[in-house]
Write a protein that binds this ligand. Structure first.
Ligand SMILES: O=c1ccn([C@@H]2O[C@H](COP(=O)(O)O)[C@@H](O)[C@H]2O)c(=O)[nH]1
Length: 299
């Protein structure tokens, strides 16, 4: 992956893990850049919707959930750059669902794909520290390579999670311009400084990534569906998670239109459009490979 280099002087030690030690990119930004370069720019979401469980001939209970999720891991962990379990679908089954999510995270990572846990957490700083302990601390049962965060209690409230991620070499994706049509009303609103709320999120993430190479670990979420986002992503120096491919209507060809020069930093993610090819693991893997190949061809 290539793109603009560092845009600001290094500050603090946020960039230390991102730069890597001994020449090895051990921060999330570096690991994701390597994974995208080796396996192509695709993240597949594991979203065990009850309707999909039924379509796969599985019961909508913890046993069906486990079978579904581990089939996805078997099919995808050796194939794609990243896998994105949607936490809500696991939480719906209580403690047994969380136990399945723990296995999904552990087995995906041992299979070689990075795990982006889609949990969209956001709270006051003191509670964010607890979320950081849950998702970003070494040894935590639900620790992922990266977690999605919501900045709508103020970007600064996320600081404990951003600090914990930097220390552990993990990453975050902060919601900026989401793929759903309802997001625009809040995210395109103009702040006191004259930029949109979404741009303010991107700019705050860029500050955290300053000086990191090949890119920092503070990513943003910008939907592949948003059309002309009006965002300047050129100084982000971090990854852009782009949901909305397939089931929400976006295509590989839309990505260049939406992201322009920032396309090399984009990690498109698709869930239902790939998952509908199950329950056969070979068919699932082939579906993911087709989407990935289309993305590569359109870059
Ligand atoms: O802006 C956003 C942020 C997150 N999502 C999540 O991504 C998947 C999309 O699933 P599809 O089946 O590919 O539509 C889902 O887990 C969402 O919660 C998003 O869609 N948009």
């Amino acid at each position: 992956m290539s793109g603009p280099g560092p845009t600001r002087a290094e500050h603090g030690d946020h960039g230390a893990r991102a730069r890597g030690r001994g020449g090895v990119a051990d921060g999330f930004g570096g690991r994701l850049a390597e994974a995208m370069s080796a396996r192509g720019p695709l993240c597949v979401g594991i979203d065990p919707h009850p309707g999909l469980l039924q379509a796969w001939g599985l019961p909508a209970d913890p046993v069906g959930l486990e079978r579904f999720a581990l089939t996805c891991v078997e099919a995808l962990a050796g194939e794609v750059a990243a896998v994105k379990p949607q936490s809500a679908f696991f939480e719906a089954y209580g403690a047994r669902g969380i136990a399945v999510l723990e296995r999904v995270i552990a087995e995906t990572r041992s299979g070689g794909a990075l795990v982006v846990l889609d949990a969209k957490r956001g709270d006051i700083g003191s509670t964010m520290a607890a979320y950081a302990a849950a998702y970003l601390a070494d040894g935590a049962p639900l620790a992922a390579d990266a977690v999605t965060l919501s900045p709508y209690l103020g970007f600064g409230s996320l600081t404990p999670a951003l600090d914990a991620a930097a220390v552990a070499g993990r990453g975050v994706f902060v919601l900026a311009r989401t793929s759903n049509p309802e997001g625009a009303e809040v995210q395109r609103a103009v702040t006191e400084s004259g930029s949109s709320v979404a741009q303010a999120v991107v700019d705050a993430a860029a500050e955290r990534n300053a000086g990191a190479s090949p890119m920092g670990g503070v990513g943003v979420v910008v939907g592949a569906t948003v059309g002309d986002s009006g965002l300047d992503l050129t100084r982000l120096n971090g990854p852009i998670l782009a949901p909305g491919l397939g089931a929400q209507g976006a295509t590989a060809a839309d990505l260049r239109r939406v992201f322009g020069a920032a396309t090399p930093w984009v990690l498109p993610t698709s869930s239902r459009d790939v998952l509908r090819h199950g329950p056969d693991a070979t068919a699932l893997r082939a579906a993911a490979a087709r989407v990935r190949d289309e993305l590569v061809a359109d870059r």
